[in-house]
Ligand binder design. Sequence first.
Ligand SMILES: CC(C)(COP(=O)(O)OP(=O)(O)OC[C@H]1O[C@@H](n2cnc3c(N)ncnc32)[C@H](O)[C@@H]1OP(=O)(O)O)[C@@H](O)C(=O)NCCC(=O)NCCS
Length: 422
Amino acid sequence: MPDKVEVFCPSLAEWPAVHRAIEDGFGSAVTADDIGARDHLRPAERRLAVRDDDGIFGGCFAYEFGLSMPGGARVPVAGLGGVSISPPSQGKGGLRHMMQAHLENSLALGDAASVLMASESGLYQRFGYGMATEMVQWQLPVREFSVPTGLVDEFTIRLIHDRAQAISILLPIHEKAVNTQPGGIDRDDDWWQQILSDDTDSWFGRGPQFVAVAYDANVNACGYALYKMDAKAETATGHGRVHSVCKVSEIVTLEPQAQVALIKYMASIGMARELIWELAPVRPAVRHYMADPRQLWQQARLDMMWLRPLDLPALFCNRSYGVEGQVIIDYCDPIFKHLCKAWRLTVDNGSANMEEVTDVNRSTNAGLLVALDSVALGSLILGGTRAAELATVGAVMGTDESIHLFDRLMLCDVAPFNLTKF
Ligand SMILES: CC(C)(COP(=O)(O)OP(=O)(O)OC[C@H]1O[C@@H](n2cnc3c(N)ncnc32)[C@H](O)[C@@H]1OP(=O)(O)O)[C@@H](O)C(=O)NCCC(=O)NCCS
């Protein structure tokens, strides 16, 4: 007879056992410092655990984020993290139970969506998540990097070593950048402490690293890069040929040429032979300025953030649109039957309205009607995937006319991207 699996919100006294099970699942050792180091960022009512007759064997937690929509408005989302089951107990439904409870919790707390980063991309579609943002890891042999002479001469680069000063400069740059970056997630001071802490060498932060800030001609800070130098001496003595790699975790700028200026600076660091931009957008601006853009070589392209819609009016009414018009969205949720309903989306004069439709006439409304589920909506709500593309694989259904209209409505100027690991 199978063990009875139960999901519950653990008490503070139970949390270390949950944390232990989470780390067991991820295959990493837990130190006393790990437990609790980031707990203040994870509300207690958003932590879950699973247990059976033998005790606690897994858990997860969620952060509370503001997610930037196309146009810059923020919607509240749950950032699900730490989803993990201790290996001896994997395969007995722990994940399924936790996901159900997390999504119910998230609905009850009024989140527009749940977002996550997946360890494996085959895990979360069954729970209604769609791939919302992508990332690329770029490699650049720095001696091949060349942009027009004088292009970025107006910028000055400074290294900031004091953490408090760095946060005071980086936080407003990041916040402004998120205003124009769909998929971006706001970071507060606490979050920055984790990213820049010398003590953190984990998923969140990378321990000691360099903070380079770009200043424009008016000495306004307009971009930053976080990087580390990884020196590889190619002789036994450590002298001789040197091959240092500049590993860049973040480049955030308020104007495209500041991105070029920061890359030019990092490419010029003495001993650097290679630059690896580890977490970057799919179409970085720098390519448009490079004399030989092919030198920016794509090492990997991965799904980054998955989004699971929960509150359709919040998602649709807080984003911008490519054109004006009206469609009827026949929506299907794989888990919550009460969310399966039809909505009339009207975009007029720059604002959107969502109204529930109870009596859809499928023949007279055929030119307006599109049918899709939460996975498809999760992929296209931030603009990462086009409705027309999803229609080719049957994930969005409708007439040619309704799909064309929906596709143009959902168009965004900027591809979604999220830098924040959680
Ligand atoms: C991934 C993990 C959470 C799955 O937990 P689990 O309790 O074994 O999963 P469940 O038994 O509840 O399975 C739920 C469903 O997911 C599927 N599934 C489980 N692991 C999967 C995997 N690695 N890839 C694809 N599907 C998987 C199961 O087949 C099952 O599908 P079904 O309901 O359609 O039959 C667990 O293996 C784990 O902790 N892995 C290490 C940490 C990790 O990667 N966590 C995810 C972080 S995003």
